[in-house]
Design a protein around this ligand. Sequence first.
Ligand code: FAD
Ligand code: DHB
Length: 394
Amino acid sequence: ATTTVGIVGGGPAGLLLARLLHRCGIDSVVLESRDRAYVEHRQRAGVLEQGTVDTLRACGAGERLDRYGLVHHGIRLRYDGRSHRIDLPALTGGRSVVVYAQTEVVKDLIGLQLAGGGPLVFGARALAVTGADTARPVIHYAHEGREHTLTCDYVIGCDGFHGVTRDAVPTGARRLYERAYPYSWLGVLADVPPSCDELVYAHSERGFALFSMRSPTVSRLYLQVPNGTDPADWPDERIWEELDARSATDGPWELARGPITAKSVLPMRSVVTEPLRYGRVLLAGDAAHIVPPAGAKGLNLAVSDVTELARAFAHLKETGSGELLDGWSDACLRRVWRAEHFSYFMTTTLHTAPGQSTFDTRLQLAQLDRIASSPHAAAELAENYTGVPQAPVP
Ligand code: FAD
Ligand code: DHB
Protein backbone atom coordinates (compact mmCIF):
# COMPACT_ATOMS: atom_id res chain seq x y z
CA ALA A 1 0.00 0.00 0.00
CA THR A 2 1.04 3.64 -0.45
CA THR A 3 0.09 7.02 1.01
CA THR A 4 1.37 10.58 1.12
CA VAL A 5 1.99 10.82 4.88
CA GLY A 6 2.39 7.62 6.91
CA ILE A 7 1.75 8.26 10.61
CA VAL A 8 3.08 5.80 13.18
CA GLY A 9 1.04 6.00 16.41
CA GLY A 10 -2.57 6.96 17.11
CA GLY A 11 -2.12 8.98 20.30
CA PRO A 12 -3.02 12.68 20.42
CA ALA A 13 -0.14 13.67 18.08
CA GLY A 14 -0.87 11.11 15.35
CA LEU A 15 -4.65 11.49 15.45
CA LEU A 16 -4.57 15.29 15.37
CA LEU A 17 -2.01 15.34 12.55
CA ALA A 18 -4.22 13.03 10.46
CA ARG A 19 -7.19 15.33 11.11
CA LEU A 20 -5.29 18.50 10.16
CA LEU A 21 -3.87 16.93 6.98
CA HIS A 22 -7.32 15.68 5.96
CA ARG A 23 -8.64 19.26 6.22
CA CYS A 24 -5.87 20.36 3.84
CA GLY A 25 -6.67 17.61 1.34
CA ILE A 26 -3.50 15.60 2.11
CA ASP A 27 -3.78 11.78 2.34
CA SER A 28 -2.51 9.94 5.38
CA VAL A 29 -2.72 6.55 7.07
CA VAL A 30 -2.44 6.12 10.87
CA LEU A 31 -1.02 2.84 12.18
CA GLU A 32 -1.72 2.26 15.91
CA SER A 33 -0.36 -0.80 17.68
CA ARG A 34 -3.05 -1.02 20.40
CA ASP A 35 -6.81 -1.53 20.11
CA ARG A 36 -9.30 1.32 20.20
CA ALA A 37 -10.53 0.70 23.77
CA TYR A 38 -6.98 0.68 25.14
CA VAL A 39 -6.07 3.98 23.47
CA GLU A 40 -9.33 5.61 24.58
CA HIS A 41 -8.91 4.66 28.24
CA ARG A 42 -5.21 5.27 28.86
CA GLN A 43 -5.13 7.78 31.76
CA ARG A 44 -2.73 10.63 31.15
CA ALA A 45 -2.79 14.42 30.94
CA GLY A 46 -5.63 16.75 31.85
CA VAL A 47 -4.65 20.41 31.30
CA LEU A 48 -5.11 22.01 27.87
CA GLU A 49 -3.59 25.38 27.02
CA GLN A 50 -5.80 27.93 25.28
CA GLY A 51 -3.88 27.35 22.02
CA THR A 52 -4.56 23.60 22.24
CA VAL A 53 -8.26 24.25 22.79
CA ASP A 54 -8.37 26.66 19.82
CA THR A 55 -6.68 24.06 17.59
CA LEU A 56 -9.06 21.27 18.62
CA ARG A 57 -12.05 23.53 18.04
CA ALA A 58 -10.80 24.68 14.63
CA CYS A 59 -10.48 21.11 13.41
CA GLY A 60 -13.97 20.11 14.54
CA ALA A 61 -13.07 18.42 17.83
CA GLY A 62 -14.55 21.13 20.04
CA GLU A 63 -18.11 20.00 20.67
CA ARG A 64 -17.68 17.80 23.75
CA LEU A 65 -14.69 19.87 24.84
CA ASP A 66 -16.88 22.99 25.00
CA ARG A 67 -19.62 21.07 26.80
CA TYR A 68 -17.56 19.18 29.40
CA GLY A 69 -14.22 21.02 29.57
CA LEU A 70 -13.74 23.04 32.77
CA VAL A 71 -12.26 26.50 32.22
CA HIS A 72 -9.75 27.30 34.97
CA HIS A 73 -8.73 30.90 35.65
CA GLY A 74 -6.29 30.08 38.42
CA ILE A 75 -4.08 27.52 40.13
CA ARG A 76 -3.10 27.31 43.80
CA LEU A 77 0.41 26.94 45.17
CA ARG A 78 0.52 25.52 48.67
CA TYR A 79 3.71 25.58 50.76
CA ASP A 80 4.77 26.17 54.33
CA GLY A 81 1.15 26.09 55.55
CA ARG A 82 0.23 28.86 53.11
CA SER A 83 -1.95 28.87 50.02
CA HIS A 84 -1.38 31.30 47.16
CA ARG A 85 -3.62 31.73 44.12
CA ILE A 86 -2.09 32.47 40.70
CA ASP A 87 -4.65 34.49 38.75
CA LEU A 88 -3.92 33.31 35.21
CA PRO A 89 -5.89 35.81 33.07
CA ALA A 90 -4.91 38.80 35.22
CA LEU A 91 -1.22 37.96 34.78
CA THR A 92 -1.26 37.00 31.08
CA GLY A 93 -3.58 39.45 29.37
CA GLY A 94 -6.56 37.11 29.56
CA ARG A 95 -5.25 33.56 29.05
CA SER A 96 -6.65 30.55 30.93
CA VAL A 97 -6.46 26.75 30.67
CA VAL A 98 -9.13 24.07 30.24
CA VAL A 99 -9.24 20.86 32.26
CA TYR A 100 -10.37 18.13 29.87
CA ALA A 101 -8.89 14.63 29.99
CA GLN A 102 -6.55 13.32 27.30
CA THR A 103 -8.78 10.22 27.13
CA GLU A 104 -11.62 12.47 25.94
CA VAL A 105 -9.45 14.34 23.40
CA VAL A 106 -8.45 10.96 21.96
CA LYS A 107 -12.08 9.73 21.83
CA ASP A 108 -13.15 12.91 20.01
CA LEU A 109 -10.34 12.65 17.44
CA ILE A 110 -10.92 8.93 16.82
CA GLY A 111 -14.64 9.61 16.31
CA LEU A 112 -13.88 12.28 13.68
CA GLN A 113 -11.29 10.15 11.92
CA LEU A 114 -13.56 7.11 11.65
CA ALA A 115 -16.54 9.24 10.55
CA GLY A 116 -14.73 10.87 7.62
CA GLY A 117 -10.96 10.81 7.54
CA GLY A 118 -8.23 8.65 6.13
CA PRO A 119 -7.55 5.11 7.33
CA LEU A 120 -6.85 4.59 11.06
CA VAL A 121 -5.72 1.01 11.62
CA PHE A 122 -5.78 -0.38 15.17
CA GLY A 123 -3.69 -3.41 16.06
CA ALA A 124 -1.05 -2.35 13.49
CA ARG A 125 2.37 -2.38 15.13
CA ALA A 126 5.24 -0.72 13.28
CA LEU A 127 8.32 -2.96 13.31
CA ALA A 128 10.74 -0.62 11.53
CA VAL A 129 10.89 2.38 9.23
CA THR A 130 13.42 2.18 6.39
CA GLY A 131 14.62 4.51 3.63
CA ALA A 132 14.56 7.76 5.64
CA ASP A 133 17.15 9.23 3.25
CA THR A 134 15.29 8.14 0.10
CA ALA A 135 12.30 9.71 -1.70
CA ARG A 136 10.00 6.84 -0.60
CA PRO A 137 10.43 5.76 3.05
CA VAL A 138 8.67 2.53 4.06
CA ILE A 139 6.87 1.53 7.27
CA HIS A 140 7.10 -2.22 7.97
CA TYR A 141 4.28 -3.30 10.27
CA ALA A 142 2.46 -6.31 11.68
CA HIS A 143 -1.33 -6.54 11.52
CA GLU A 144 -3.56 -9.57 12.20
CA GLY A 145 -0.58 -11.90 12.33
CA ARG A 146 0.93 -10.85 8.98
CA GLU A 147 3.65 -8.45 7.96
CA HIS A 148 2.86 -5.55 5.62
CA THR A 149 4.55 -2.48 4.18
CA LEU A 150 3.27 1.07 3.70
CA THR A 151 5.30 3.18 1.24
CA CYS A 152 5.05 6.93 1.88
CA ASP A 153 6.27 10.33 0.72
CA TYR A 154 6.92 11.16 4.38
CA VAL A 155 6.79 9.14 7.62
CA ILE A 156 5.89 10.88 10.87
CA GLY A 157 6.85 9.13 14.10
CA CYS A 158 4.06 9.90 16.58
CA ASP A 159 4.71 6.62 18.38
CA GLY A 160 5.58 7.97 21.80
CA PHE A 161 8.66 7.48 23.93
CA HIS A 162 8.89 3.72 23.33
CA GLY A 163 8.23 3.95 19.60
CA VAL A 164 10.40 2.55 16.79
CA THR A 165 10.42 5.43 14.29
CA ARG A 166 13.27 7.22 16.08
CA ASP A 167 15.51 4.26 15.16
CA ALA A 168 15.07 5.10 11.46
CA VAL A 169 17.50 7.96 12.09
CA PRO A 170 21.12 6.71 12.18
CA THR A 171 22.61 7.21 15.67
CA GLY A 172 25.33 9.42 14.19
CA ALA A 173 22.69 11.84 12.86
CA ARG A 174 20.78 12.45 16.12
CA ARG A 175 21.56 13.59 19.58
CA LEU A 176 19.72 12.78 22.79
CA TYR A 177 19.65 15.21 25.72
CA GLU A 178 18.27 13.84 28.95
CA ARG A 179 17.82 14.28 32.68
CA ALA A 180 16.42 11.75 35.13
CA TYR A 181 14.66 12.64 38.39
CA PRO A 182 15.01 10.69 41.64
CA TYR A 183 11.24 10.35 42.18
CA SER A 184 8.02 9.23 40.47
CA TRP A 185 4.31 10.02 40.79
CA LEU A 186 1.63 7.74 42.14
CA GLY A 187 -1.48 8.83 40.21
CA VAL A 188 -4.98 7.91 41.34
CA LEU A 189 -8.54 8.47 40.15
CA ALA A 190 -11.22 8.78 42.83
CA ASP A 191 -15.01 8.98 42.67
CA VAL A 192 -15.23 12.11 44.80
CA PRO A 193 -15.80 15.76 43.87
CA PRO A 194 -12.57 17.81 43.85
CA SER A 195 -11.95 19.51 47.22
CA CYS A 196 -10.90 22.74 45.51
CA ASP A 197 -12.41 24.09 42.29
CA GLU A 198 -8.88 24.84 41.00
CA LEU A 199 -5.72 22.69 40.78
CA VAL A 200 -3.59 22.68 43.93
CA TYR A 201 0.20 22.17 43.57
CA ALA A 202 1.51 21.40 47.06
CA HIS A 203 5.14 21.61 48.24
CA SER A 204 5.87 19.67 51.42
CA GLU A 205 8.90 18.17 53.10
CA ARG A 206 7.05 14.84 52.87
CA GLY A 207 7.05 15.30 49.09
CA PHE A 208 4.96 16.92 46.38
CA ALA A 209 1.20 16.40 45.94
CA LEU A 210 -1.15 17.57 43.18
CA PHE A 211 -4.92 17.84 43.44
CA SER A 212 -6.55 17.82 40.01
CA MET A 213 -9.85 16.63 38.57
CA ARG A 214 -11.49 14.95 35.63
CA SER A 215 -15.04 16.25 36.14
CA PRO A 216 -17.16 17.83 38.90
CA THR A 217 -17.52 14.33 40.41
CA VAL A 218 -14.12 12.71 39.73
CA SER A 219 -10.80 13.72 41.32
CA ARG A 220 -7.34 13.06 39.85
CA LEU A 221 -4.64 13.08 42.54
CA TYR A 222 -0.89 12.61 42.47
CA LEU A 223 1.71 11.92 45.17
CA GLN A 224 5.50 12.06 44.79
CA VAL A 225 6.83 8.56 45.59
CA PRO A 226 10.29 6.96 45.37
CA ASN A 227 11.34 5.48 42.01
CA GLY A 228 10.43 1.82 41.81
CA THR A 229 7.35 2.17 44.05
CA ASP A 230 4.78 -0.65 43.76
CA PRO A 231 1.21 0.75 43.81
CA ALA A 232 0.26 -2.32 45.86
CA ASP A 233 2.21 -0.78 48.77
CA TRP A 234 -0.27 2.09 48.77
CA PRO A 235 -3.65 0.97 50.11
CA ASP A 236 -6.39 3.61 49.78
CA GLU A 237 -6.20 4.67 53.42
CA ARG A 238 -2.46 5.37 53.16
CA ILE A 239 -3.00 7.48 50.02
CA TRP A 240 -5.64 9.67 51.70
CA GLU A 241 -3.54 10.09 54.86
CA GLU A 242 -0.55 11.19 52.83
CA LEU A 243 -2.57 13.56 50.62
CA ASP A 244 -3.96 15.08 53.83
CA ALA A 245 -0.53 15.46 55.44
CA ARG A 246 1.01 17.07 52.35
CA SER A 247 -1.81 19.59 51.85
CA ALA A 248 -2.03 20.86 55.42
CA THR A 249 -2.65 24.61 55.50
CA ASP A 250 -3.40 27.30 58.03
CA GLY A 251 -6.46 28.34 56.00
CA PRO A 252 -9.76 26.50 55.45
CA TRP A 253 -9.30 23.15 53.67
CA GLU A 254 -10.88 19.77 54.03
CA LEU A 255 -9.91 16.94 51.72
CA ALA A 256 -12.97 14.91 50.75
CA ARG A 257 -12.29 11.16 50.47
CA GLY A 258 -13.99 8.64 48.20
CA PRO A 259 -13.49 5.30 46.46
CA ILE A 260 -10.20 5.08 44.50
CA THR A 261 -10.84 3.48 41.10
CA ALA A 262 -7.34 3.41 39.53
CA LYS A 263 -3.71 3.60 40.69
CA SER A 264 -0.48 3.73 38.71
CA VAL A 265 3.13 4.87 39.10
CA LEU A 266 4.75 7.13 36.51
CA PRO A 267 8.50 7.70 36.31
CA MET A 268 9.71 11.13 35.45
CA ARG A 269 12.31 12.32 32.96
CA SER A 270 13.27 15.07 30.55
CA VAL A 271 14.40 13.99 27.07
CA VAL A 272 14.91 15.86 23.82
CA THR A 273 15.98 14.29 20.50
CA GLU A 274 17.61 16.60 17.97
CA PRO A 275 16.96 17.21 15.17
CA LEU A 276 13.28 16.30 14.73
CA ARG A 277 13.76 15.60 11.03
CA TYR A 278 16.07 13.29 9.12
CA GLY A 279 15.40 13.12 5.38
CA ARG A 280 11.76 12.15 5.00
CA VAL A 281 11.26 10.89 8.55
CA LEU A 282 10.03 13.38 11.18
CA LEU A 283 9.38 12.89 14.91
CA ALA A 284 6.59 14.65 16.84
CA GLY A 285 5.19 14.57 20.40
CA ASP A 286 6.58 12.13 22.96
CA ALA A 287 8.52 10.29 20.22
CA ALA A 288 10.72 13.39 20.06
CA HIS A 289 10.64 14.77 23.61
CA ILE A 290 9.45 14.00 27.13
CA VAL A 291 8.81 16.47 29.95
CA PRO A 292 8.16 15.69 33.61
CA PRO A 293 4.42 16.21 34.14
CA ALA A 294 4.39 18.97 36.80
CA GLY A 295 4.29 21.70 34.12
CA ALA A 296 1.35 20.03 32.31
CA LYS A 297 3.15 20.50 28.97
CA GLY A 298 3.43 17.02 27.33
CA LEU A 299 0.10 16.93 25.53
CA ASN A 300 0.23 20.62 24.63
CA LEU A 301 3.66 20.22 23.01
CA ALA A 302 2.42 17.25 20.99
CA VAL A 303 -0.44 19.44 19.70
CA SER A 304 1.78 22.39 18.77
CA ASP A 305 4.35 20.11 17.05
CA VAL A 306 1.76 18.62 14.69
CA THR A 307 -0.14 21.87 14.10
CA GLU A 308 3.07 23.46 12.82
CA LEU A 309 3.85 20.33 10.83
CA ALA A 310 0.45 20.34 9.12
CA ARG A 311 0.98 23.99 8.25
CA ALA A 312 4.33 23.08 6.64
CA PHE A 313 2.73 20.27 4.59
CA ALA A 314 -0.11 22.56 3.50
CA HIS A 315 2.47 25.15 2.39
CA LEU A 316 4.36 22.50 0.44
CA LYS A 317 1.17 21.36 -1.29
CA GLU A 318 -0.01 24.87 -2.15
CA THR A 319 3.27 26.47 -3.23
CA GLY A 320 5.66 23.59 -3.89
CA SER A 321 8.03 25.19 -1.37
CA GLY A 322 9.63 23.01 1.30
CA GLU A 323 10.78 26.07 3.24
CA LEU A 324 8.45 25.64 6.21
CA LEU A 325 9.14 21.92 6.37
CA ASP A 326 12.89 22.63 6.35
CA GLY A 327 12.51 25.10 9.22
CA TRP A 328 10.05 23.00 11.22
CA SER A 329 12.52 21.17 13.46
CA ASP A 330 14.31 24.33 14.61
CA ALA A 331 11.05 26.22 15.17
CA CYS A 332 9.63 23.35 17.26
CA LEU A 333 12.79 22.85 19.28
CA ARG A 334 12.71 26.42 20.47
CA ARG A 335 9.27 25.88 22.00
CA VAL A 336 10.25 22.43 23.24
CA TRP A 337 13.25 23.77 25.17
CA ARG A 338 11.12 26.53 26.73
CA ALA A 339 8.69 23.84 27.93
CA GLU A 340 11.60 21.67 29.11
CA HIS A 341 12.88 24.51 31.24
CA PHE A 342 9.48 25.32 32.72
CA SER A 343 8.76 21.64 33.47
CA TYR A 344 12.17 21.29 35.12
CA PHE A 345 11.53 24.47 37.12
CA MET A 346 8.12 23.31 38.39
CA THR A 347 9.50 19.85 39.16
CA THR A 348 12.59 20.93 41.08
CA THR A 349 10.80 23.78 42.89
CA LEU A 350 7.96 21.60 44.16
CA HIS A 351 9.49 18.15 44.83
CA THR A 352 11.66 17.11 47.76
CA ALA A 353 14.57 15.00 46.50
CA PRO A 354 15.75 12.05 48.60
CA GLY A 355 18.31 13.36 51.08
CA GLN A 356 17.61 16.98 50.12
CA SER A 357 19.44 19.44 52.39
CA THR A 358 17.54 21.94 54.51
CA PHE A 359 19.41 24.63 52.58
CA ASP A 360 17.84 23.45 49.32
CA THR A 361 14.40 23.34 50.95
CA ARG A 362 14.89 26.95 52.09
CA LEU A 363 15.76 27.91 48.49
CA GLN A 364 12.54 26.31 47.24
CA LEU A 365 10.49 28.18 49.83
CA ALA A 366 12.23 31.45 48.97
CA GLN A 367 11.32 30.94 45.31
CA LEU A 368 7.68 30.10 46.11
CA ASP A 369 7.51 33.16 48.38
CA ARG A 370 8.91 35.26 45.56
CA ILE A 371 6.15 34.04 43.22
CA ALA A 372 3.55 34.79 45.89
CA SER A 373 4.80 38.32 46.49
CA SER A 374 5.93 39.59 43.08
CA PRO A 375 3.54 40.01 40.14
CA HIS A 376 6.57 39.75 37.85
CA ALA A 377 7.57 36.35 39.22
CA ALA A 378 3.94 35.19 39.20
CA ALA A 379 3.50 36.39 35.60
CA GLU A 380 6.53 34.36 34.52
CA LEU A 381 4.87 31.22 35.91
CA ALA A 382 1.41 32.10 34.54
CA GLU A 383 2.73 32.84 31.04
CA ASN A 384 4.52 29.51 30.88
CA TYR A 385 1.61 27.58 32.39
CA THR A 386 -0.99 28.97 29.97
CA GLY A 387 1.50 28.54 27.09
CA VAL A 388 2.90 30.78 24.41
CA PRO A 389 0.24 31.55 21.78
CA GLN A 390 0.25 28.91 19.04
CA ALA A 391 0.09 29.51 15.31
CA PRO A 392 -3.42 29.24 13.80
CA VAL A 393 -4.59 25.98 12.26
CA PRO A 394 -3.81 25.60 8.52
P1 FAD B 1 1.40 8.93 23.05
O1 FAD B 1 0.18 9.43 23.72
O2 FAD B 1 2.37 8.11 23.83
O3 FAD B 1 0.92 8.11 21.78
C1 FAD B 1 1.79 7.26 21.06
C2 FAD B 1 0.96 6.21 20.38
O4 FAD B 1 1.78 5.40 19.56
C3 FAD B 1 0.28 5.27 21.38
O5 FAD B 1 -1.08 5.18 21.10
C4 FAD B 1 1.02 3.95 21.20
O6 FAD B 1 0.20 2.84 21.47
C5 FAD B 1 1.44 4.05 19.74
N1 FAD B 1 2.62 3.25 19.39
C6 FAD B 1 3.75 3.06 20.11
N2 FAD B 1 4.61 2.27 19.46
C7 FAD B 1 4.02 1.96 18.29
C8 FAD B 1 4.41 1.15 17.17
N3 FAD B 1 5.59 0.52 17.14
N4 FAD B 1 3.55 1.03 16.12
C9 FAD B 1 2.35 1.67 16.13
N5 FAD B 1 1.93 2.43 17.17
C10 FAD B 1 2.76 2.57 18.23
N6 FAD B 1 1.26 14.87 30.57
C11 FAD B 1 0.71 15.79 31.34
O7 FAD B 1 0.71 16.96 30.96
N7 FAD B 1 0.12 15.42 32.53
C12 FAD B 1 0.06 14.13 32.95
O8 FAD B 1 -0.49 13.83 34.01
C13 FAD B 1 0.65 13.16 32.17
N8 FAD B 1 0.63 11.87 32.56
C14 FAD B 1 1.27 10.94 31.79
C15 FAD B 1 1.31 9.60 32.18
C16 FAD B 1 1.98 8.64 31.43
C17 FAD B 1 2.03 7.19 31.93
C18 FAD B 1 2.62 9.03 30.24
C19 FAD B 1 3.37 8.01 29.38
C20 FAD B 1 2.54 10.36 29.82
C21 FAD B 1 1.89 11.33 30.58
N9 FAD B 1 1.82 12.67 30.17
C22 FAD B 1 1.24 13.58 30.96
C23 FAD B 1 2.35 13.13 28.92
C24 FAD B 1 1.28 13.18 27.82
O9 FAD B 1 0.28 12.25 28.07
C25 FAD B 1 2.00 12.90 26.52
O10 FAD B 1 2.90 13.97 26.31
C26 FAD B 1 1.07 12.73 25.32
O11 FAD B 1 0.38 11.52 25.42
C27 FAD B 1 1.88 12.75 24.02
O12 FAD B 1 1.11 12.33 22.95
P2 FAD B 1 1.76 11.50 21.76
O13 FAD B 1 0.66 11.28 20.80
O14 FAD B 1 3.01 12.15 21.33
O15 FAD B 1 2.24 10.13 22.42
C1 DHB C 1 -2.81 16.91 35.59
C2 DHB C 1 -1.54 16.45 35.34
C3 DHB C 1 -0.48 17.30 35.47
O1 DHB C 1 0.76 16.84 35.22
C4 DHB C 1 -0.64 18.62 35.83
O2 DHB C 1 0.44 19.43 35.97
C5 DHB C 1 -1.90 19.09 36.07
C6 DHB C 1 -2.99 18.22 35.94
C7 DHB C 1 -3.95 16.00 35.46
O3 DHB C 1 -3.74 14.84 35.09
O4 DHB C 1 -5.09 16.41 35.73
